[in-house]
Structure formats: C-alpha cells, structure tokens
Design a protein around this ligand. Structure first.
Ligand SMILES: NC(=O)c1ccc[n+]([C@@H]2O[C@H](COP(=O)([O-])OP(=O)(O)OC[C@H]3O[C@@H](n4cnc5c(N)ncnc54)[C@H](OP(=O)(O)O)[C@@H]3O)[C@@H](O)[C@H]2O)c1
Length: 380
C-alpha cells in the first residue's frame, strides 16, 4: 500500500522515478498541500552470511537507482534454481560472501521500470526476462525491484507469460549450450538445426532436462530421455520426448540401442559419474556428452578404449563461464523458441509449477534443495 501511494505521485523517467511535482504545492479548494518527494520503498529477501535458509531475511528498503549500463526491473516472478541455494550455502557456514549482503536468485521476469545512462534497446514498460541477475553482483530477483546489467535483460515476447520468462534463464540457456557444443552439430538452434540427430537427455523430468527436450524437439532431433519412474516418464513425454526409458528398471542401454541402432549423437548429461558406462554403450562415432552437473558423484571413471574408438567428446559446461558470445546466442534462440510456444512450463507441458510468495522464499529454496519435481516460482 505504501508503495502504491508513493507511485501515484511519480512518473517513470529514464534514470528513475521523477516526482510529478517535486517539492511543490498542490492547491485544492484554497488549501495548499506541500508535496515532499517520497523515497519509494520495497521488500527484498537478503542474506549476509552463508548457511541454511535461516540466513534469509525479509527487509524493507528504498528502491535503488540504476547506474550506467543498468536497468531497474519491477520483478513479477522470480525463478529458483539449484544454483541459488548452492550459492547461499557456499562451501559452508562462515564462508566470506563476495558482497556484504546478497539478494538471491538469478532468474526472473518483470517490467522495465527505469534505465541508467547508456542503456539502449530497452524502454520503460517493456516486459522482460532476466538471466544471471545475481552473477558477480548482489542484486538477485528475490525483491520487488532489482538492478540488472542491461545485457542480461531480454524483451519477453507478447505471447510469453511471466512464468515462462522466469523459467528461461538457467534451465533453457544451459540446455541451449548443451545442445550446441557437439563436433558435428549446430552452434545455433532453430527448426531443422538438429534434423537427423538423435539426442539423449538424461533426467528428462528435471528443469534443465525439460528445456533440453523442448529445444531438441523444436530443432528437429529425435529425442530419447531417461527417467527414474512412470510419473516422470509422463512429464518427459508431455515435454515432447519421442522415447522415454526408465533407467532404474530393465536394461537402459539395450532399450536405447533398439531406438537408435547407430547410437545417439549427443547426450545432455546431469549425472556423468553414474551414466558413464551407459553413455559409452549408446553413443555413436564422434558423439558429444555435454556434462552440466555432478548429480550422483563428483568423479567419473572412463573406459579409455571404447571412448577413444568412438572419438567421444566430453564437453563440460557451466553457464557462469560459457562466455558472452554463447550467452548472447542462447538468449536469442531461447527467446525465439519461447515466442514459438516451445518452452512452456506447467504440468501439462511436463514441468509442474510450485508457487511461493516472496515472504516464503526460504520454503522455495528448500523445495528446490529437496529435489521437488517441477519448477519453483516466487510471486513477487
Ligand atoms: N552447469 C550449469 O551451468 C548448470 C545449469 C543448471 C543446472 N545445473 C545443475 O544441474 C543439476 C540439475 O538442475 P535442474 O534444475 O534440472 O534440477 P532438477 O529439476 O532437480 O532435475 C534433476 C534431475 O536429474 C535427474 N537425475 C539424477 N540422477 C540421474 C541419473 N543417474 N540419470 C538420469 N537422471 C538423473 C533427476 O531425476 P531422478 O531423480 O528421477 O533420477 C531429476 O529429474 C543441478 O545439480 C544443478 O545445480 C548446472
């Protein structure tokens, strides 16, 4: 309410809100009311030390101003990913943070509210999605207004919801990188880019796995995915996988070989240690295995000769260090795919949504840390 009242006395201007009548008088029926500019207030979730979710605080503070090259975004939805709780936990209690205080969460969607000097191509009122908002910065999306580098603010197509927008950053951009790092494959994704290729997505009901299925299918690949049970299998099918293999029961390698007798061309891998033998058994010559996580073990043991014979390529990837060119390519292709309706979220699209209010950010982080199936979103 306080925020609402303050906003009525202001107009949006590049560089920040400007009071419509700063320090002036509003004459009403002979009575003169003196107007004093009011600093806008907002709510934010912060932490000042590493640890479990008890380190998260809900605070109220002035709305900050964007600096050169920065954009202020009124956050509508904040997306939560494993990296957000991992950053919060750090290497353990007592680790020094890079900043005195951090607002968590890399992903989000909202509306451009102000732009700092030198920002081009974005205007106040634009609907946008955000990525890597908190990378090497203290300003994540778990707050009502956040300040983001302009290059990490992307226009959200009219037909794409804020929920999808808040689900694109980490999952879809990681999936894009994984699908564009193979030796004989494309460096960009679009319909037909993966035509004739068979892609194996490990863990197709995970957030990254879900986006990998959607992008691979959109790009024309035959998509095979592994899951641990029938419910996750249904979700992976809803996301668009052509073939679903339960890796817990039966012989996953034989099942995948029956689907792809010449082997799969590309693996999007979440659990490389556990799946090293499976991958060696199902990959084609010059296949790539794009490793984006260490779920299920930190150390891989590889049988050298079979991998050597196949010219197998292991490509590790971390979104934080892929470089600006790869990020720019990913954000363009991901936005195009989202506009084409390819990156939908929600149960019917294969990724159930779990919603939390901003004040319950701790529960949202716990849900992700506990491995909830689906996408965790915070309504800001
Ligand atoms: N490198 C990067 O830049 C990057 C970017 C995004 C995410 N990540 C990391 O990637 C991981 C997944 O993230 P997410 O958001 O997708 O998490 P998520 O939604 O929790 O999904 C994880 C999925 O992995 C599956 N899985 C685990 N072990 C498996 C195995 N042996 N074979 C096949 N599937 C397996 C799980 O399914 P079951 O439990 O049913 O097996 C689950 O569906 C996290 O560790 C995250 O930190 C890294």
């Amino acid at each position: 309410m306080r925020l609402h009242l303050a906003r009525r006395a202001c107009t949006h201007q590049p560089g920040g809100f400007v009071p419509t009548n700063p320090g002036g008088h509003i004459p009403t029926n002979g009575i003169s009311i003196t107007f004093h500019p009011v600093a806008l207030r907002m709510k934010a979730i912060t932490y000042t030390r590493t640890g479990d979710t008890s380190v998260l605080d809900l605070v109220e503070r002035d709305v900050p101003e964007p600096g050169p090259g920065e954009v202020r975004v009124k956050v509508v939805v904040s997306g939560v990913n494993p990296t957000d709780w991992k950053n919060r936990v750090g290497s353990g209690p007592g680790e020094k943070l890079a900043f005195d205080e951090v607002v968590p969460n890399q992903d989000g969607s909202g509306i451009v509210d102000a732009a700092g000097p030198g920002v081009e191509g974005l205007a106040v009122g634009d609907r946008v999605w955000l990525y890597l908002a908190q990378h090497q910065r203290p300003t994540g999306t778990a707050q009502e207004f956040t300040i983001v580098l302009a290059e990490h603010v992307v226009r959200l197509p009219e037909n794409v919801s804020f929920d999808v927008g808040a689900s694109l950053g980490v999952p879809a951009m990681t999936a894009h990188r994984a699908l564009t790092v193979s030796e004989d494959g494309p460096s960009r994704l679009h319909p037909g880019a993966l035509q004739g290729k068979t892609v194996l997505v490990a863990g197709g009901a995970g957030a990254v796995g879900h986006a990998a299925i959607q992008l691979a299918r959109w790009s024309g690949a035959t998509v095979v995915t592994t899951v641990s049970g029938p419910e996750k299998g249904e979700l992976a099918s809803a996301a668009g996988a052509h073939h679903v293999v339960n890796y817990k029961t039966g012989d996953a390698a034989s099942e995948i070989r029956a689907i792809a007798p010449d082997g799969v061309d590309l693996v999007v891998e979440v659990a490389p240690a556990q799946n090293a033998a499976l991958n060696a058994a199902v990959t084609s010559t010059r296949a790539s295995i794009a490793v984006y996580a260490n779920n299920g073990g930190n150390t891989i043991t590889l049988d050298v000769r079979p991998n050597m014979v196949l010219n197998t390529r292991y490509q590790f990837l971390l979104l934080y260090t892929v470089g600006e060119d790869a990020l720019a390519a990913a954000q363009q292709d991901v936005t195009t795919a989202a506009a084409a309706g390819v990156l939908e979220v929600g149960e019917t699209a294969g990724l159930p949504l779990h919603r939390f209010p901003l004040s319950d950010t701790a529960a949202a982080h716990d849900a992700v840390e506990n491995g909830v199936t689906g996408k965790v979103l915070i309504d800001v």
